[in-house]
Design a protein around this ligand. Structure first.
Ligand code: ZN
Length: 285
């Protein structure tokens, strides 16, 4: 069975680009079935209210549970104080199996990681090239699986992609997906050094063609058992037991990150205290 672990669905409420406007599935489904993809993991497009966006995805998953799985999209800052109940609701209502978040919205927080831990869900976090955080995630939350999509950079930053391969190989709980990765030699290196048990096939549909993305996996020329892992075995392993809440753990997270905090004004981004101050911009000529 081939599982595409990374696809967007629903409508966004922005108008910046496809990523926050619309993720229509009709063409994707034709392309995916022609390519032999059996199941697809869906999450929202960028949105100003992920509870609304998750519901849209949930409705699609609920209508066709044999074809789709879902991940809950959260905004680590805007949804702070309510991450656990928000994600738990999607697990109960729609059977969602993971958490998705993007650094473009906000950097990952302990609250997200601890919600994932208590609900036994993997986290798919787009680091947008900021690979250094992976070391912290791996060591602070060794019992949570983190999928770092695009080998660390959708924008094709080879330095970030190269840098991800080392923690991918060293840490048992760090994974990547292949969506949008153009530098084929880096995909080969990830499979060789980290192993096929750390790499998941994903397309970033509907914006990227799932058949084209799947062709890359076939070109890796993996042994049959390794290929099965990349094409779905890894994802099934990572989401085994998803949503089986341990009440004590869930209670602890809820107590730590009170819902009272929810809806408060956004915090200023936490900067690195040792970062050199940016040089003053030269005067315009
Ligand atoms: Zn994506």
């Amino acid at each position: 069975m081939i599982i595409d672990c990374h696809c967007h669905a629903g409508t966004g409420d922005g108008l910046t680009g496809p990523w926050d406007t619309r993720a229509p599935l009709a063409a994707y489904l034709r392309q995916a079935s022609a390519a032999g993809i059996d199941r697809t993991v869906l999450f929202a497009a960028f949105h100003s209210d992920y509870r609304v966006a998750n519901r849209m995805v949930g409705d699609i998953v609920r209508r066709n549970p044999r074809r789709f799985y879902g991940f809950a999209f959260v905004h680590a800052d805007r949804d702070r104080g309510r991450i656990l109940p928000m994600v738990r609701e999607t697990v109960r209502e729609f059977g969602f199996r993971g958490i998705k978040l993007h650094r473009f919205d906000a950097r990952i927080t302990r609250e997200v990681c601890e919600a994932a831990r208590s609900l036994k869900l993997p986290v798919l976090y787009d680091v947008m090239g900021e690979v250094s955080v992976v070391e912290l995630l791996a060591t602070e939350y060794p019992d949570v699986s983190f999928i770092i999509p695009h080998l660390g950079s959708f924008s094709d930053d080879w330095r970030a992609q190269q840098a991800l391969i080392d923690p991918l190989a060293r840490h048992a709980n760090i994974f990547t997906d292949t969506s949008g990765v153009r530098r084929f030699s880096l995909l080969e290196e990830a499979c060789r050094r980290a192993g096929p048990h750390k790499v998941l096939f994903g397309s970033d549909g509907p914006w990227l063609h799932p058949g084209l993305e799947l062709a890359k996996i076939k070109l890796l020329r993996l042994a049959p058992a390794a290929l099965r892992l990349v094409l779905g075995g890894n994802w099934l392993r990572l989401t085994q037991g998803a949503g089986r809440v341990t009440t004590v753990a869930a209670f602890a997270v809820a107590a730590t990150f009170s819902e009272r905090e929810a809806g408060a004004a956004p915090r200023p981004p936490r900067a690195d205290p040792w970062e050199p101050v940016a040089a003053e911009a030269p005067p315009a000529l």
